[in-house]
Design a protein around this ligand. Structure first.
Ligand SMILES: Cc1cc2nc3c(=O)[nH]c(=O)nc-3n(C[C@H](O)[C@H](O)[C@H](O)COP(=O)(O)O)c2cc1C
Length: 368
């Protein structure tokens, strides 16, 4: 059904327009009580064996929506209705900003991939904080808040910009993510260097503790798949050293040539971050490397090219407690999360593990 809709409608539309249209439908459906109850019962059936405890939070399962889909937190309940166990909103920046000029989102259908150079188009942390404060929760879900740097803010003032967003948003976040890995804000990825990352994460931690005195908001960092292996190790060591709660691996990649892409070369050549199937192997590799380094000391979130239950299961076995996806939702539609959950439950049942928690990292722990 969705395949037909995709072929007949979305595929012929500009991808950003298609996104807006789809999000509009999801929001409207989630506002109609009978409809949303019916849709949630069908699209988000619960599997008690997949219940997950991570970051000190209880979730219906391990599978969430990655950042970038709902930048302004307008569709949290809608995405929960579609079965996502957590919804990471953002990236939100200190100031509102329009993002890059259009066209800035491209489909690579033959590769089941996307290229985007959105450039953190968002309403800014003050507006998003107001929206989250006014949210009347319809479906219980975990809300992650992903923050990034305002483009117009000079690099020397980046820390202050993240701190501003933290002060506004931390109290509304079940967990907070420092995004230093988008390729579409000049200089942002340089913040992954440990000498820049340490003061940034320290300041955000302090700001979160200051602004939410009664609760320790879990803090994670999201990294790029393009980091050299030594830099991945350095971020992992820093995360342990700072007592960070988690690492999200990975964001989109700027790589192209090594990925064997078959889509129109003119589209492949577009500037921006590539996501979806071609990112799968590298994201998994980064995750495995992180798990080898940090083990169970830090919660790992696996994202990048997750298309189905098998991919999600492989992330868990590689060391991820939580798994996220974005691009495959564009290609597979509203039944995607249901299929991932069913497949995960089946894999767990036929595995030697009694719980998902037992399966986390099982492959990486095996002697090779
Ligand atoms: C259109 C688009 C916008 C994105 N925007 C953000 C963002 O604002 N912040 C962020 O941390 N990641 C962003 N991402 C990256 C995703 O969260 C995810 O890390 C990446 O797409 C890999 O997952 P996937 O292969 O399942 O799509 C974006 C991805 C896409 C496709």
């Amino acid at each position: 059904m969705y395949q037909l809709l995709f072929q007949l409608l979305f595929r012929r539309m500009d991808p950003e327009r298609a996104h807006r249209l789809a999000v509009g439908w999801i929001i409207r459906a989630a506002r109609v009580p009978v409809l949303r109850t019916y849709l949630a019962a069908f699209l988000a059936p619960r599997h008690p064996e997949l219940r997950t405890e991570a970051l000190g939070l209880r979730m219906h399962g391990p599978f969430g929506l990655a950042a970038g889909f709902d930048k302004n937190a307008v569709a949290v309940d809608g995405m929960a209705m579609l079965g996502f166990d957590h919804v990471e909103i953002g990236t939100v920046t200190g100031e509102p900003q329009p993002g890059n000029p259009r066209k800035r989102l491209f489909r690579l259908t033959a590769d089941r991939a996307l290229i985007n150079r959105m450039g953190f188009n968002n309403e800014g942390s003050a507006a998003v904080a107001d929206r989250l404060a006014g949210r009347r929760e319809v479906f219980r879900t975990t809300v992650g808040v992903n923050i990034g740097k305002t483009k117009a803010v000079p690099e020397q003032e980046a820390v202050a910009d993240y701190v501003t967003s933290t002060e506004r948003l931390a109290r509304h976040a079940d967990y907070l993510v420092v995004n230093v890995s988008s390729p579409n804000t000049p200089g942002l990825r340089d913040l992954q260097a440990v000498d820049q990352l340490r003061p940034l994460l320290t300041a955000v931690r302090e700001a979160a503790d200051r602004s939410v005195p009664g609760r320790r908001v879990p803090l994670l960092v999201k990294i790029a798949p393009d980091l050299a292996d030594d830099d991945i190790d350095a971020v992992a060591d820093l995360a342990v050293d700072l007592g960070l709660d988690g690492i999200i691996a990975t964001n989109t990649t700027i790589a192209r040539e090594s990925l064997g892409l078959t889509s129109d070369p003119a589209v492949v050549a577009e500037t921006g971050g590539l996501s979806g199937a071609p990112l799968k192997e590298r994201s998994l590799e980064v995750l495995r490397r992180l798990y080898t380094r940090v083990g169970d000391r830090i919660t790992l979130v696996g994202v990048g090219g997750v298309e189905n239950a098998e991919d999600a299961w492989r992330r868990i076995l590689a060391g991820a407690t939580l798994v996220q996806g974005y691009s495959a939702f564009v290609y597979q539609g509203p039944c995607w999360s249901r299929a991932v959950h069913r497949g995960l439950a089946a894999r767990l049942a036929s595995s030697p593990y009694a719980t998902l928690a037992e399966a986390v990292g099982a492959d990486t722990r095996k002697p090779v």
